[in-house]
Design a protein around this ligand. Structure first.
Ligand SMILES: Cc1cc2nc3c(=O)[nH]c(=O)nc-3n(C[C@H](O)[C@H](O)[C@H](O)COP(=O)(O)OP(=O)(O)OC[C@H]3O[C@@H](n4cnc5c(N)ncnc54)[C@H](O)[C@@H]3O)c2cc1C
Ligand code: SF4
Ligand code: SF4
Ligand code: SF4
Length: 412
């Protein structure tokens, strides 16, 4: 399985682009560029499949792996209340199939880490990156609608994040559509809003993907998608859509490029502040931290959900970590939890998926982050960012096995 070969990097290029089909453009989050790109790639057999998120409601979306352009058209738009990580869903796909997948930075990072572990053939995957300001847990979104917006959550038809506000559109009196918007900053100061993992996520642009698409840098009121072309693969799928007449493209102005960069910097600074604020252990002594980890992890019921959703855990059914746990053991922290912390120290991307599914609400993002961030800084390795870099733990294992072979051949 080829993973890294022929993954050509190129100088970035910046465009504003939109779907030429007015229905796709109207349904799209910004210019409908991503949908038009995928639809035209399917129609021309440039790709075999697309992995998209189809809206069920404002609070629910389901990932769909499809070869049907109509399904892709139905998935246009951004769902901020759907924090799925799509990386592991690509494992369902035969490695020889060419797939296009819109990816938030954490989706793309997970896919790249799985590719490095020979689980995904990255040459056949087109990462259509989406800039990402963050996601809100669907239950928290419902609570927000009811408690802060004063709405019946089931009347909300659409959500949108624009100019720092979460806007909810709902069916008002007489069936007319009305909207209410509240500032995300203010919601978050009250402990509401985005998931903690998103608040403290500093990777806002999918620079590791083939394309980076978003609305930052698009002039106000224009229905266009800002697109950065990052690789030859990104250029090829974009060119395919252009040749098909599916998209219109114009160069981004210097001003658009500068505005996008400025917003990215501001979002990164905000994330850095959240990271400090959410780290409740910063001022604790080592023994207080150990007491915290023990108290939290002792509540684990060893359901394995955190492992199942973790986008960088590639062990699948070969995993030994859950088997290591024995209810008869009296360890303060189970071997399962210790092994997961150790195993992921080089590769955790801090996406928070584990915490979302934990049935006993263990603050797993914080715990994994505290261990992995320090180790990753020490190893000078940022997982999921550069496909050409081998995960340090994998490198160590390979070096050990290479050393073992040398010793064997030397008769040691
Ligand atoms: C959760 C989220 C947060 C975002 N935050 C920002 C931001 O802060 N700043 C910015 O510039 N851009 C942000 N974007 C990107 C922006 O909203 C648009 O997706 C992008 O500009 C492309 O627009 P489009 O009209 O070309 O896409 P469309 O043609 O509407 O296609 C969008 C594609 O995104 C997929 N999708 C929808 N929801 C999700 C999801 N939750 N996870 C994965 N895929 C999904 C759909 O399947 C669809 O194929 C965000 C996107 C998402 C999903
Ligand atoms: S972890 Fe980062 S990339 Fe992933 S959804 Fe949250 S903000 Fe977006
Ligand atoms: S351990 Fe948790 S935060 Fe880290 S990559 Fe896995 S699911 Fe994401
Ligand atoms: S999801 Fe929570 S309870 Fe289940 S194994 Fe993971 S830490 Fe334990």
């Amino acid at each position: 399985m080829e993973v890294i070969d022929s993954y050509g990097m190129m100088e970035p290029r910046y465009y504003l682009a939109w779907a030429t089909d007015e229905a796709i453009r109207a349904r799209g989050a910004n210019g409908g560029f991503v949908t038009a790109l995928l639809v035209s790639a399917l129609e021309t057999q440039f790709i075999d499949l697309a992995l998209v998120v189809k809206k069920k409601s404002v609070y629910e979306g389901v990932p769909v792996l499809t070869n049907d352009p109509e399904q892709v058209k139905e998935s246009a738009g951004s769902l901020h209340g759907v924090p799925w990580n799509l990386a592991k869903l690509l494992l369902e796909c035969a490695p020889d199939k060419r797939v296009g997948v819109p990816t938030k930075p954490c989706d793309a990072r997970g896919i790249i880490e799985l590719a490095k572990r020979r689980q995904i053939a990255l040459d056949n995957v087109f990462l259509i990156g989406l800039n990402c300001g963050g996601t809100v847990h669907p239950l928290r979104m419902r609570e927000l609608a009811a408690e802060l917006y004063g709405l019946d959550p089931d009347t909300v038809q659409k959500e949108e994040i624009t100019a720092g506000k979460l806007i909810l559109r709902y069916e008002g009196e007489g069936g007319a559509t009305q909207e209410k918007g509240l500032k995300i900053d203010e919601l978050e100061q009250e402990g509401r809003g985005r998931r903690d993992a998103c608040k403290s996520c500093t990777t806002k642009l999918p620079v590791m993907a083939d394309l980076a698409c978003g609305n930052w840098g698009v002039p106000k009121g224009e229905q266009k998608t800002f697109v950065e072309v990052l690789t030859d693969k990104g250029a090829a799928i974009l060119e395919n859509a252009l040749n098909k007449g599916a998209i219109t493209v114009e160069d981004a102005t210097e001003q658009s490029i500068a505005v996008r960069a400025k917003i990215e910097r501001a979002m990164q600074a905000l994330a850095a502040r959240w990271k400090d604020e959410l780290d409740v252990l910063t001022d604790n002594s080592p023994s207080e931290r150990l007491a915290f980890y023990t108290e939290q992890l002792q509540r684990c019921i060893h359901c394995g959900a955190c492992k199942a959703v973790c986008p960088v855990c590639a062990c699948d059914e070969d995993a030994k970590c859950l088997d290591l746990h024995d209810e008869q053991d009296a360890y303060a922290i189970s071997l399962y939890n210790l092994l997961r912390i150790l195993h992921l120290m080089d590769s955790c991307i801090h996406c928070g998926q584990c915490e979302e599914v934990c049935p006993v609400d263990i603050p797993l993002t914080l715990i994994q982050r505290r261990f992995s961030e320090r180790m990753q800084a020490h190893l000078d390795y940022e997982p999921g960012m550069d496909v050409t870099e081998t995960p340090p733990y994998q490198e160590t294992k390979l070096r050990w096995s290479a050393d073992a072979k040398t010793s064997e051949s030397e008769g040691a």
